[in-house]
Design a protein around this ligand. Sequence first.
Ligand code: SF4
Length: 495
Amino acid sequence: MADTKFSKVDFSKYFQPPSLKDARRRRREAVQIINDFSIPEDMNTIGKGKNYLIETYGCQMNEHDTEVMAGILEEIGYTETKEATDADVILLNTCAIRENAENKVFGHIGHLKTLKLERPGLILGVCGCMAQEEVVINKILAKHPQVDLIFGTHNIHRLPQLLKEALFGKEMVVEVWSKEGDIVENLPQARRGHFQAWVNIMYGCDKFCTYCIVPYTRGKERSRHPEEIIQEVRELARKGYKEITLLGQNVNAYGKDLPDMENYGLGNLMDEMRKIGIPRVRFTTSHPKDFDDHLIEVLGKGGNLCEHIHLPVQSGSSDVLKIMGRGYTRERYLDLFHKIKDTVPNASFTTDIIVGFPNETDEQFEETMSLVRECQFDGAFTFIYSPRAGTPAARMKDNIPMEVKKERLQRLNTLIDELSAKSNAKYQDQVVEVLVEGESRKNSEVLSGHTRTNKVVNFRGPKSLIGQLVKVKVTDAKTWSLDGEWQKEAEAANL
Ligand code: SF4
């Protein structure tokens, strides 16, 4: 464990930058399960009468980490505020996956300088994946002395202690561990949703895709014990939650590191989820390499397992996939895709795609386009490649001109739009089940939710439907969403 105090003289002692060499030597015996999280007595009421604000960037994993930090802060007396001007503690839970996400965070840190000058007692903290990067820490140290606290993804459970040091110490507190990570159970969680919840099933990633920073910022793959997960999901079911999403950077590797549980994987866990009284169960994010036949077989049983598969492909060219270090070929991806589609015929599929990876030729990009056409994806997150410092791909020449990258992205997005519209058209006049999540962002008179296949549905109905599963008849299938009419009679008939 690193010491907790940063001093310019001893910087290397307090910050252990993630190392590719060490990360590649990961061993399973390094994982420790910490079951005895507790808050020291002298910190129990440290936040009484004070407010906190956590701003979250990036993926669901970060959103869920924020729920844990909020839970810890509330346990020690803090109350949540939405206004930065009311906050006594502001934490920026950051994302390192793309450069523009980082730029946004630095812009925001700059803006908060004024607030810090007005309110010197304010504690400003930076945490999450960016805090695991040496270059980021150096930049904060050099240019942003208004930051009081920096901590990484492995020591969230030490938030009370770190906060205390920031409150009573005079120097910036930096605690970032490069260790490969433990599993801390029993952490408090202030869940943001009352009917949808995220449940971590594993942490970290060992895939080392050459463009990705996650294996360095989130540590090695480590799975929670199934009993802990099942217990947490049962508790959510008891509280009336309608939908859970099992979370991990690479959920298909779930179980591989569990001692004494040979061959226990995501398929087994999903089979357990089927027996729990939660209407909808999802999982993310999948990696095609580890997606096994047992999981496909279990998904085929349906029940509460939702028919939506997010299966990131990244590229349709085997040569590009090889340089990306993805561990599968175009042919293997397509085999897997069709196997799942045959077993779960109603499934919708979404994917992630990077265009303009170093050396990607026009022909290789066309292979991506043809794969997308073959899979007829319902939607895709598409990105222009940009190098992340510290990854192997960042050492390759980023040699595709920006205008070529943009042109490829535009063509790809046009195709994805067409496919999405085509897939949505199939829902015209169908009655679908919708979990009503709240008011539509564009119109507060309209309610919005998702189908089991993850399609957005907008319709009019009373606000009391929020949090309920309702039937909606699709009246207008658009490119990215479905408009519909609430089937009030269908609800009444079910009563
Ligand atoms: S599977 Fe690849 S892209 Fe996904 S988190 Fe792991 S290294 Fe990153």
